[in-house]
Structure formats: C-alpha cells, structure tokens
Design a protein around this ligand. Structure first.
Ligand code: ACO
Length: 402
C-alpha cells in the first residue's frame, strides 16, 4: 500500500529495508562471516582454531582489544577480572525483590542495569580508564549475577566467588556448589562450557549486538547498553532459541517421538510451529559453530554417561530436515543452538537458564562492539527513517461529536 514514487518525491530517497536484510548500519573490524561458505572468524582467526586452541578469557581479550594477548597481558587481564568478581553486598538484596520462579533473563538485565547505580565511577564513555573499569567489572560480575539468579530460583544460599579459580570454574562452583562444602569442578565440563562461551562470543550485527550499539549511540553508559542487549537476546528468535529447542524436543517426545509428524506441521506453517535451532539470517549453509557443538554434545553426553533420548530425536530431526526439499530450498541448516540445550541439560542447568549462558558467552562481543562504535569517526546517533502509512492531515472532532 505504500506509493514509493510519491514518497520519494516528497521526502527524497529513503530506503525501506524491514529487518535490515540488506542494510549495513556500520563498518566493523571485529567479526567476519561468509554465510554461503559457512565461515566465521574473530579478528581474522577462524572459529575452529580458536575453539581448539584458545580459551574464553583470551578470546574476550582478542575481541575487545583486537589482538591476541602476550603472556603478561593475558595474566594481567585474567587477574583483573578475578579481582572484580564480588558483587556489592547491597546488590545481593536485589535478588530478593523478584518472585522465586522469575525468569533469570530479566533478573540478569535488571541487575546489570543496577550496576550503573553502584559503580558511578565508571560511567563516562569518553574516559578510557572508566571504560576499562566498566569492561572488567562486567566481565567479572556477570557470572556472579547469573549464579545468584540461579541460586535464588532454587532456594539455595549464595556462594562468594573463589578468586583462586578461573572464570568458568568459578561460575560453575557458584552455581552448583554449597557454601560449607568443597566442590570439585569437573575439568571436562569446565572445558566444554568454556568452548561454548567461545562459540557464542561474537556474531557481528545480530539483534542483541545491534541493540547494544544503538543504545550506546546515544552515549548511554556501558551497563545500560549491555542491559538492553540482554533483553534483546531474551526473544525466542534469538538467544531464547536454545531453550525453545529443548521445549520442542520434549514436545516431540511427549507426542510419541514422531519426527515426521512434527516436520509436516512445520512445513504446513502451523502458527507458532517452527523448527527451532534451524535457519539463520546470514548462514545459508551449515553454521560452523553447530558442527563444533554437535561434536561436543556427543563427547559431553558420553562422558556423563547420559543416555538422553532427546539426543536421538535431535539427530533424527536434523537428518530428516536436511533431506527435505522445504529445508533444502530455503537453505535452512542447524544453527549454533540446535545442540547446545542438550549439553546444558546434561550439565545440570534447567531449561529456563540456557539463554543466560548465551548472554555470558556473548558479553565480550557486545563490549567490543560498544567500544568500537564509540571511537568510530563516522559515529552518529542511530536514528532510522520510516515510511509513514498513517492518516493524512485531519481535523480534531470534540468527544461529544464522535
Ligand atoms: N523452521 C521452519 N521454517 C523456517 C525456519 C525454521 N526454523 N526458519 C526460516 N524458515 C522459513 C520461513 O518460514 C521462510 O519461508 P517462506 O519463504 O516460505 O515464507 C523462509 O524459511 C525464510 O525465513 P525468514 O523468516 O525470512 O528468515 P529470517 O532471516 O528472517 O529469519 C531466523 C532467521 C529468525 C533465525 C529464522 O530462521 C528462525 O525463526 N529460526 C528459528 C529460531 C532460531 O533458531 N533462532 C536462532 C537464530 S541463531 C541465534 O540467535 C544463535
């Protein structure tokens, strides 16, 4: 119903691109994706190599500062993060303000937003030292916030961080440990979660990262911008997909495990029925992260001796979809989150909590983009145009005459 010729005559040239399918909002030197070839690189390094040889803290440094750290830089960075893991005692009371069955994502975004009230000495986006401080505070405190949101939901006491542990170990201990008891963190699980965090660490201008950049473009502080990104990630078409995949697999199992029947419902486009964990705006080929995750799922599940029938359903579903014209024609392949839920479940995380794990992984990417945006000489406040389709000018009618 929009007459673009008329509109252009009136407003000059405006491009209409719903969902920004073809429109670049910025230039960026952080992450490269070739969606047709299934290639993903952070700062030039292939994701497969980083997954194999690096760790999450090192990848965070790489994304944020642009280069791999040398040994001394790495140790300083890791130690700085370790020293900032504690939450302000008053912030702990914050968790009591939510109902016990609260979803952990809004708890996470609210607590991150609240960080700006506790750490007012690191809010100036144009002071390099303050930006460094807010960067480190977020990287250090988000795992603590996430673990406290979990503890609150299961009614267990909070554990203080143990700063002799690395970031992922510390997070697992604060999540699954008890205050007075020793907690042995399984190194294989630590490594698996570290790897999943690496795979989620950045993905160029996805919905949540674009949100962080957009909020930050108004010169809002880092905590406010990241809090907005967490809310964008919550949606089932984005970070919420990892929980939605598990709900879908459970649903298929409850319905007798008939994969064909489910695929037919998807193809018939029944309202609300999608093959969750499939499809991607940019990848029109197998998501390179999904390949790595599938291998990790096999390893973690066999290591834990978990014989999860949902894995069989997932494998059958994938095989069935990849040989079906509907999915082939539309180039729909598994994305990173098709298999992650099965790993998180085997690790002991409840379904509701999966998207929080995505947020922990994506944090360094969000920070890197916020910082890149702020020093971009072409930076402008994000302010898209629109194509107005409402009423033409008309006169106000008094209420008695309507
Ligand atoms: N199941 C069934 N059909 C699908 C799916 C799916 N998962 N994804 C896309 N399609 C179909 C669409 O119905 C459409 O078909 P049509 O041309 O007949 O109308 C076609 O494929 C193109 O899909 P679009 O919706 O136009 O693709 P878009 O790029 O806008 O969406 C998205 C990408 C949101 C990821 C979509 O594939 C989807 O909803 N997937 C399921 C949710 C999911 O897994 N999200 C995680 C994304 S990755 C991440 O955040 C880690």
């Amino acid at each position: 119903g929009v007459d673009l010729d008329k509109l252009m005559a009136k407003t000059g040239l405006v491009t209409l691109d719903p969902g920004f399918v073809n429109t670049a909002a910025c230039t960026s030197g952080i992450t490269y994706i070739d969606g047709d070839a299934g290639i993903l690189r952070y700062r030039g390094y292939p994701i497969e190599e980083l997954a194999d040889k690096s760790n999450f803290v090192e990848v965070s440094y790489l994304l944020i500062y642009g280069e791999l750290p040398n040994k001394q830089q790495y140790e300083e960075f890791a130690q700085r993060i370790q020293r900032h893991t504690l939450l302000h005692e008053d912030l702990k009371q914050f968790f009591d303000g939510f109902p016990r069955d609260a979803h952990p994502m809004p708890v996470l975004s609210s607590a991150v937003s609240a960080l700006s009230t506790f750490y007012q000495d690191s809010l100036n986006p144009f002071d390099d030292q303050q930006v460094e401080l807010s960067t480190v505070r977020l990287l250090a405190k988000l795992p603590t916030i996430a673990a406290y949101a979990y503890k609150k939901s299961v009614g267990q006491p909070f554990l203080y961080p143990d700063n002799s542990l690395g970031l992922v170990e510390n997070f697992l201990r604060m999540t699954f440990g008890f205050p007075a008891e020793p907690y042995e963190v399984d190194p294989a699980l630590t490594r698996a979660l570290d790897l999943l965090f690496i795979l989620h660490a950045d993905h160029e201008q996805n919905c949540s990262t674009s949100t962080v950049r957009m909020v930050g473009s108004s010169e809002a502080n880092l905590f406010a911008s990241i809090s907005a990104g967490i809310n964008a990630l919550f949606g089932p078409l984005h970070g919420g997909a990892n929980s939605a995949v598990l709900d879908m697999l459970e649903g298929i199992r409850a319905d007798g495990g008939d994969v064909d029947k489910f695929v037919e419902r998807v193809k018939n486009k029944e309202p609300g029925v999608k093959l969750m964990g499939f499809g991607h705006r940019v990848y029109k080929n197998y998501d390179p992260r999904a390949k790595i995750v599938k291998k990790t799922a096999d390893e973690v599940l066999s290591k834990l001796g978990t014989n999860d029938p949902l894995l069989d359903i997932a494998l059958k579903l994938e095989e069935r979809a990849l040989s079906d014209d509907y999915f082939v024609e539309r180039k729909l392949y598994p994305n990173v989150d098709f298999y992650t839920g099965l790993i998180y479940k085997a690790m002991g995380f409840p379904t509701k909590y999966f998207t929080v794990l995505f947020a922990l992984g994506r944090l360094p990417g969000w920070i890197a983009h916020w910082r890149e945006m702020l020093v971009d000489p072409q930076r402008k406040i994000s302010r898209p145009r629109q194509v107005y389709t409402g009423q033409p000018e008309r006169s106000f009618t008094p209420i008695e005459q309507r």
